[in-house]
Structures are given as structure tokens and as C-alpha cells.
Design a protein around this ligand. Structure first.
Ligand SMILES: Nc1ncnc2c1ncn2[C@@H]1O[C@H](COP(=O)(O)OP(=O)(O)OP(=O)(O)O)[C@@H](O)[C@H]1O
Length: 254
């Protein structure tokens, strides 16, 4: 169980004068999926980087379960837009290497575990023996998702994880993420940065809209899980939420 809290956060990057984040207060409850959306430069990645521990706030506190974050840690899994796999290792080696950093099991056990999660995300033995450069972007992102789940951190931080792939692949990856998340015994706390309003609605329990480093809107997404994208988008509530989010992102919300 992991709740992330941002308390009175201000971020002013070195050699700049403007606030990348200003008086930001946000709590992401344990087991929630929360998306951050908003126009370019509104502070989405800055918020995520605070949670990952790669960035420290100029003032304020970022905490997990009440404990101040002081740097990156194994309690947080991260997936970025670019595939962040080691190019000189095969797919299977990428996962076993990551697992070896965490678990002190025998090599055969780790390899078995790695192969199992890869199979689960739809990557067969042939793909497992391939190098990342031999795979499509969507497949590489499947590997990154597999790695995040097998490492089993209680918090997942994802920065535009599906923005580099085509729309059909994007939908498949969203479905995969939700399937693995829903199957989990303890629900992961997930913070996702996205530019895509439909993705934010489909994935999230809450969508937070940032503008100029501040929270403009914080909208609850009421659709029951598991969700069917082709059903929820027919609902009246969906149209209203989408409309409100589009307005908020465009800065036209009063
Ligand atoms: N390393 C940095 N040094 C200086 N300013 C930065 C740095 N990183 C971000 N900024 C500035 O901080 C503000 C917030 O940036 P951030 O990357 O968090 O926005 P974003 O919403 O993620 O944008 P995008 O959607 O384009 O990725 C912007 O004005 C940006 O120019």
C-alpha cells in the first residue's frame, strides 16, 4: 500500500525565474491510477520526476506513506516514452538483469520468472531471444511493462509511456497495463503523464489537469472496471468528462 503526497510544492529550475510548479498539493491514494494531463510545459514531467526522486522540490515535501522521498528507489518502477532497454542485451537478458538487481535467487529461477512474465505480455521465445533493436516500438514497450510488473514495486511512474506507438498498439498496451494491474494481488499506485485525454479517462480513477504549474481540475472517473473502451465512450458521462477535460486543458475552464 503506497500513498503519494505532494505538499506545498514549488519548483523553480536553476537559472530560471518562473515556477515550473506553484503551491501544488496533491494526494494519490494507494491503489489509484491517476493521470496528469495539460499543455506542454505545464509541469507534468516535473511532478513525475519529483515522485521518482530524480528531482527535489525548491520547497515543499514529496512523500510516500508519509516518508519523505530522498532519491530514486526500488519501491518505484518507472516507464518512459523511450524504451529504456539495454540495447546490447536480449529481451530475456534485460528482464533477468533487472530481476537480479532485486532478488538473490538462483539464475535458473530468475530466468524462469523472466520468461513467464514475457510470455504473459505476449512475447514468445523467439522474441525473448531478440535484441531490442529487432523489435517494434510496441513490443519494446511491452518489455518495459513486463519489467515494471516483474520488479513488483508498489508504485509505478509512467511518463507518456505509449505516445511513441500507433493508435492500435497504444490501445493494446493500455489494455495490457490495466489487465496486469487488475490481476495484481495488491493494487499498484500508478501516476501516468499523458497528452491524450481518452487515454487518461480510460486508464484512470482520477485525471488531474495542470496548467502553468498549478492544478486546474481534478476529475473523478466513475466507470467501473474492467472497462471496455467501446462501451464507456458511448456513455453520456464520458462525453461530459471529455468535454470538461478538453476545456480545462485548453485553459477555458472557469
Ligand atoms: N531542466 C530544466 N531546466 C529549466 N527549465 C525546465 C527544466 N525542465 C523543465 N523546465 C521548465 O519547467 C516547466 C515545466 O516543464 P515540464 O517538462 O514539467 O512540463 P510538461 O508538462 O511535462 O511538458 P511536456 O508536455 O512538453 O513534456 C516548463 O516551463 C519547462 O520549460
Amino acid at each position: 500500500m503506497s500513498t503519494i503526497t505532494f505538499e506545498d510544492i514549488n519548483v523553480v529550475y536553476e537559472k530560471t525565474e518562473h515556477y515550473a510548479l506553484k503551491n501544488l498539493n496533491l494526494e494519490i491514494q494507494s491503489g489509484q491510477i491517476v493521470s496528469l494531463i495539460g499543455p506542454s510545459g505545464c509541469g507534468k514531467s516535473t511532478t513525475l520526476n519529483l515522485a521518482s526522486g530524480l528531482l527535489k522540490p525548491t520547497s515543499g515535501h514529496v512523500k510516500i506513506n508519509g516518508q519523505e522521498i530522498t532519491g530514486p528507489g526500488l519501491d518505484r518502477g518507472v516507464v518512459f516514452q523511450s524504451y529504456s532497454l539495454f540495447p546490447w542485451m536480449t529481451v530475456l537478458e534485460n528482464i533477468t538483469f533487472a530481476l537480479q538487481q532485486k532478488e538473490k535467487e538462483r539464475k535458473e529461477i530468475i530466468t524462469k520468472k523472466a520468461a513467464e512474465i514475457l510470455k504473459k505480455v505476449g512475447l514468445n521465445e523467439k522474441v525473448q531471444k531478440s535484441f531490442p533493436s529487432q523489435l517494434s516500438g510496441g513490443m519494446q514497450q511491452r518489455v518495459a511493462i513486463a519489467r515494471m510488473f516483474v520488479l513488483d514495486a508498489p508504485v509505478f511512474l509512467m511518463d507518456e509511456p505509449f505516445s511513441a506507438v500507433d493508435e492500435i498498439t497504444r490501445n493494446q498496451l493500455q489494455d495490457l497495463l490495466l489487465k496486469l494491474w487488475e490481476e495484481g494481488e495488491t493494487k499498484k499506485t500508478v501516476l501516468v503523464v499523458t497528452h491524450n485525454i481518452d487515454e487518461a479517462i480510460f486508464l484512470s480513477d482520477r485525471v488531474v489537469v495542470l496548467r502553468d504549474g498549478q492544478i486546474q481540475q481534478d476529475i473523478l472517473i466513475p466507470f467501473k472496471r474492467p472497462r471496455d473502451r467501446f462501451k464507456i465512450d458511448q456513455e453520456e458521462a464520458y462525453t461530459k468528462i471529455r468535454h470538461d477535460l478538453l476545456k480545462a486543458v485548453s485553459g477555458e475552464y472557469n
